[in-house]
Design a protein around this ligand. Sequence first.
Ligand SMILES: [Fe+2]
Length: 389
Amino acid sequence: MGAIGEFVLRMPQNVVFGSGVRLKLGAHARSRGQRPLVIVGGTSLQESGELDRILGLLRSAGLEAQTFTGVEAEPSLETVERGRQALKEHKGDLVIAIGGGSVLDVGKAVGALGRTQEPVETFFAGQALETPGYPVIALPTTSGTGAEVTPNSVLTDHRQPKKASIRGEPLIPALALVDPELTLSLPREQTAYSGLDALTQALEAYVSRGANPASDALALTAIEHCGCWLEATCAQGPDLEAREHMSLGSLLAGIALASARLGLVHGMAHPLGALYGVPHGLVCGTVLPFVLKFNLQIAGEKYARAARAIGITDDPRDTKAAEALLEWTDELCQELGVGKPFKEYGGKAEDASAIVEATMSSGSTKHNPREVTKADAFKLWQDVLEGRL
Ligand SMILES: [Fe+2]
């Protein structure tokens, strides 16, 4: 082991984890505000009765809550502005976001921008968000993005189209209330997609150029939990133990990537998501094996450690163990129903220059362990498009 050197670890503010912890929402909310805006996505929380239960908890705590519904997948800048308006009209002083990554990202942006007059476009164009906004409590209903602890919010400007993050410390939620029971009713497909996102994020954070010894500890543990339990969460029937492990894995991956950043999978995933509207986790699972192969020589030692942590192999030779990780990942993606040639998801060869340009300008790509040239990105897109691993 060599010298350690200097590093920064960006930590979440508060995390409360465990099955059933959402039932303590009233007390957590009351200590942070009086007039929460509750942000949710589609209708599933209403239909399951979960939203009524949450609103009941807030009422019992003496809080005046208003609900903001209808956050879409790949949320737009306009949705954030509508959320800000709703917070203002309600005279809200707290945001509670309950949902998948999209809902949490909108909730974080609405809270963080709550005290500034600047439009969201300013920050989407690259200006860092520094002024603290209103506190946000994030309750994830998927095990995927780790958005409950990250200092960014992924948004899409559908006019360009461009998918990118607004960034800044004020985007880190005041509290991540991670209750694995909230993920139990997630359908198999979304469980697989969000789980593949979590696994990809854990692997990318682990080998990133921005990784440090502390983020490595988090990322490797995240890889172990996601790698060992992802398939079980996608099996028939609710399995709370598996869901707990995936919730923990995605949480730890989120904390790791907040400091380490990501890599080439996410660098390419954002333009593909913006152009074709394909679910983020499906894109991650489809591109991941290609990027593992691309990075194999440079990141082989860490990939080998990841393979051993998941229990894929006990081969002491790093080259063999890293190859085993690639093979296992490819098989897992196929098993979970992703990884078709991207042309079958709507990908078009003529979009190559737009995709390559966006991939090259992405901060994630800049953190990939192996340097990426334009020619590399072009070849990667051709291979992903045709499914040529
Ligand atoms: Fe992701």
